[in-house]
Design a binder for this molecule. Structure first.
Ligand code: GLC
Length: 528
């Protein structure tokens, strides 16, 4: 069950905000290389690098202008080769972020397509004449707000963009597009990547007839953690999750599998049975689980978000934060409660089938920063798709106290640094054995040492909030997510506490139940 990734802890490096090695205010690949040792010390085994290709940065690099070269601001091919070499030396695997759904409007394929209906690359994108009464061809909306169609004056046709207008969607029903991406994938795997984090792979194929999506009745529309969205007003029957996606993934799998590489999909579907289709023979090896990242601190809503997918969806990557959502400590009520709760959830999920995946800064308990409205760069807000600016979760990593936070020597970073306390920096947390950074390190080192936490058979002991516990082979995890003290049920037998998120003494034996402090978690091992 599961591939090599299930033994590893993943970590998302947001390259422009990780470490600036040349003082231009931008994080870069040599910066990442110089701190891979930090990730290895944390217990990370799998690193996902956010996009580093040439890009006008209309969507922070998710608008790729050339899939085979590098954004000079972030580094060159020699820098990337050096990064992969150092990763290999440290025993780390690296995933490239592959954005197959859309290119940048500055990509040569699209500029060619714009020259007219006869262009060689015209059919690489999705063009349609105006709808019956004029206006867009159907009612689809962009994830970033407004219609998903942009009008091209010159040809009188619309092109589809499920994200920003600067991100035209590729036409994956054109075999030339699929063939080109086969080649791109093989190219980067041969360069040394261990696979891909696939950007929104569930939307790459649309229903061939592009029918209107039904509207969700107003009373059923729910804002997500980023505020009310127009996207949420529709049932996305035809612009995502199409049945023939799986044939496409199997085609990709034929490129990755023989090389021992993996496909990790950013599939934002939170119904476990629907999501399971992607990894249970559907061609992807792993998928991020969005069930937790879409929640605030609501312990009563946790069981379905944990028990539902665990063991049902193969290849789950358990995430609490990303560059697209408010950071977990912010969603969970801010420091200090938010930090305590984030660590508790990290520990609660550490032994669930799948593997943990951190976003840079999770290990420091970072909260979102404030970004003044006139400094917001996020197209999600600029186009009116949501009220939450993702810039807030994308600020530079605080390496050390001081003006540039050890991130940059430039007077100004590409993104505001925010107000970070000295105690939030890597330097301070490395030096303090009681820090959150050490709590994460110890947790992951335990996961590495206890094979059963990764591979043992899962059995829930208590699956109703606020007391949750499960057994995984010779190990068990017990959580008290309530506001008061709790006695969490244990599996039969005698158990010894080996890790506590409250950092109190371990080694005590328990039978039947284990006392757990409010919003804390204990990991235990069977005693003979
Ligand atoms: C994914 C990325 C996000 C980006 C979007 C469009 O969701 O994580 O940052 O805006 O795809 O590429």
């Amino acid at each position: 069950m599961g591939g090599w990734w299930e033994d590893l802890v993943g970590y998302q490096v947001y390259v422009p905000s990780f470490l600036d090695s040349n003082g231009d205010g931008w994080g870069d690949l040599p910066g990442v290389t110089s701190r891979l040792g930090y990730l290895a010390d944390l217990g990370v085994g799998l690193v996902w690098l956010s996009p580093f290709h040439p890009s006008p940065f209309a969507d922070h690099g998710y608008d790729v202008a050339d899939y085979r070269s590098l954004n000079p601001r972030l580094g060159d091919l020699a820098d990337l080769a050096a990064l992969l070499e150092e990763a290999g030396r440290l025993g780390l695997r690296v995933l490239m972020d592959l954005v197959p759904n859309h290119t940048s409007s500055a990509h040569a394929w699209f500029t060619d397509a714009l020259t007219g209906p006869g262009a060689a690359h015209r059919d690489w994108y999705i063009w349609r004449p105006p709808g019956p009464g004029g206006g867009p061809p159907n009612n689809w909306v962009s994830r970033f707000g407004g219609p998903a169609w942009a009008f091209d004056q010159a040809s009188g046709e619309y092109y589809l963009h499920l994200f920003a207008p600067e991100q035209p969607d590729l036409n994956w029903r054109n075999p030339a597009v699929a063939a080109e991406f086969d080649d791109i994938m093989a190219h980067w795997l041969d360069f040394g990547f261990s696979g891909f984090r696939l950007d929104v792979p569930h939307v790459v194929l649309k229903h061939p007839d592009l029918p209107d999506n039904p509207e969700v009745p107003a009373e059923r529309v729910r804002p997500d953690v980023r505020g009310a969205t127009e996207w949420g007003r529709f049932e996305h029957l035809y612009d995502m999750d199409q049945p023939d996606l799986f044939d496409l993934y199997r085609r990709w799998q034929a490129i990755t599998a023989p090389r021992g590489a993996m496909l990790l999909g950013e599939v934002n579907i939170t119904e476990p049975a629907r999501l399971a289709r992607y990894t249970d023979g559907g061609g992807l090896d792993a998928v991020f689980w969005f069930g937790l990242i879409e929640q605030l601190w609501e312990p009563e809503r946790l069981p379905p978000a944990l028990v539902g997918p665990a063991g049902t969806v193969p290849g789950l990557a358990w995430v609490l934060s990303s560059h697209d959502r408010p950071r977990a400590p912010t969603r969970y009520g801010g420091a200090p409660a938010g930090r305590r709760r984030s660590l508790a959830l990290a520990a609660l999920t550490v032994g669930l089938p799948g593997f943990p995946f951190l976003y840079q800064g999770d290990e420091l308990g970072l909260e979102d920063i404030d970004v003044p409205a006139d400094q917001v760069q996020d197209p999600l807000v600029l186009w009116g798709g949501a009220t939450y600016a993702r810039d807030r979760a994308r600020s530079p990593h605080p390496w050390a106290p001081g003006p540039g936070l050890g991130f940059t020597t430039a007077p100004q970073a590409w993104m505001p640094l925010g107000q970070r306390e000295p105690s939030e920096t890597v330097e301070a947390q490395v030096a303090d054995r009681g820090s959150l950074l050490h709590a994460y390190r110890e947790l992951f080192s335990l996961r590495g040492a206890e094979e059963d936490l990764r591979r043992g058979e899962l059995a829930w002991v208590s699956s109703s909030a606020p007391l949750l516990s499960y057994r995984r082979g010779s190990t068990a995890v017990a959580a008290n997510l309530g506001p008061g003290p709790g006695e969490v049920p244990l599996p039969p037998g005698r158990w010894q506490a080996v890790y506590r998120t409250d950092r109190s003494a371990t080694g005590t034996g328990h039978e039947g139940r284990v006392p757990v402090a409010p919003e804390h978690v204990v990991v235990l091992k069977t005693l003979p």
